[in-house]
Design a protein around this ligand. Sequence first.
Ligand code: ACO
Length: 469
Amino acid sequence: MACLFGKSAEGDDEEAVLKLPNGKEHRIKVLKPTSGEDLFLDIRDLHRLTGYFTFDPGFTCTGSCLSAITFIDGPKGICLYRGYPVPELVEHAQALEVAHLLLVGEKATKEEYKSFKREIQKSMLVHEKVKAMFANFTINAHPMAIMVAVTGALSCIFSELDPFDEAHRWLACTRLIAKVPVLACMAYKTSIGQPLMYPRADLSYAENFLYMMFATPMEEYKVNPVAAKAINAFMILHMDHEQNASTSTVRIAGSSQANPYACIAAGVASLWGPAHGGANEAVITMLEQIGTRENVGKFIADVKAKKEGVRLMGFGHRVYKNYDPRAKVMKGLVAQVLKELGVDDPLLGVAQELEKAALSDDYFVQRKLYPNVDYYSGIMLRAIGIPTSMFTVMFAMSRTVGWVSQWNEMVAEGQMRIGRPRQLYVGPQERTWKPEDMSEEKSPSQTVVNFAPRRSSSFSKRVPDVSTR
Ligand code: ACO
């Protein structure tokens, strides 16, 4: 099979010609984005016209949608929200201004911002029935486990929702942006057995988060402005990142016209894993295990030897083949926040030594592995007093803005089709089921349960044992 690029017969549209094993040719239109060098082969009619599918596990080279929200240039290390560089937004904008930008598409005017802020504040209270749910989670339950349940549970309260009605969609999006931080803090308070705190109308989005996390009914709580600035930056840095695993999960869930609150719960679940948003928690565990700068060399050797379960967490990215611009901002923020708060965290030294060692090692250089946004974020959050188990929850709370913006964009486009990939089947060929008498009861000691051996590393690649026909 060969694929050639060229100009189409009709004019300027570039197209590729796919030569199929049966000698036939299939012409494929080449699609170009408004920014960047990426080119896409439009294969939407490939199967209809040729009988062929494409095989791309992990969607490493498959575009699943059109989107005008976030642009990433992986090789150059660029990330833009609606055209604005994310580092500029972190420097100059409030989290809710960026939320408006992502959701609506444009920078809010002063009046629009005031009204958006008011709308979010008004929606922050969660239904007392949802609040009551928190009483039923066990103490020590992971806050992410609670988040999966309670974001989904919002769909019990807001079940009468038509995704194709613009006003209904707006309500769902603003309610989620408003309520998820409140749920996040309630999840934390539940996990430590403290009373849940209600948000306050006089505080900003970032300040409210700190207030609901750390205030108690016993005494007045004053929000530290350094911490509030850091949380504002964290929120903006994590708000969207185009078609990552959790966002794609939200889109796929939404493509069946499911309730948006349930779709966000699906996104939270997808984010939880250590290969995605769970990496910020895993980085701290890794740094604690390394312990001191002296152990960095041995750890790097273990990573390179691909020792079972050992990976340099917070490094590498599917799209960035350069320094993640968000990580660059985060690295600067960590130093600033630790200095301003007067915190001396020995893990920062270990992280810096580890980064230096990796960036000068051929293994990482050849594979273009650089720190991602999760590498330094945990050290900043620790300095503010946020417990490790809340790191991924904070990611989820910030990413909710991106999830709802992407869900809204998908539905508003008016061309939504259910997400339904194909598979390359490698199971048994058709065979006949021979009925057997299964009624005889065996004693427990005779029962043999045959579990397949479990692989402890979730990262190993499985090469499918299939040959081309
Ligand atoms: N440590 C060591 N080796 C790595 C790492 C890493 N962190 N990341 C990638 N590699 C290696 C792979 O083993 C592979 O090597 P090989 O060709 O010898 O097999 C090569 O680099 C390519 O890596 P892939 O696994 O193919 O990369 P993929 O795009 O599938 O995975 C991912 C991206 C999941 C982010 C990966 O880099 C990783 O596991 N990183 C650590 C976890 C992490 O930090 N996740 C957060 C991602 S950012 C986010 O979600 C906010």
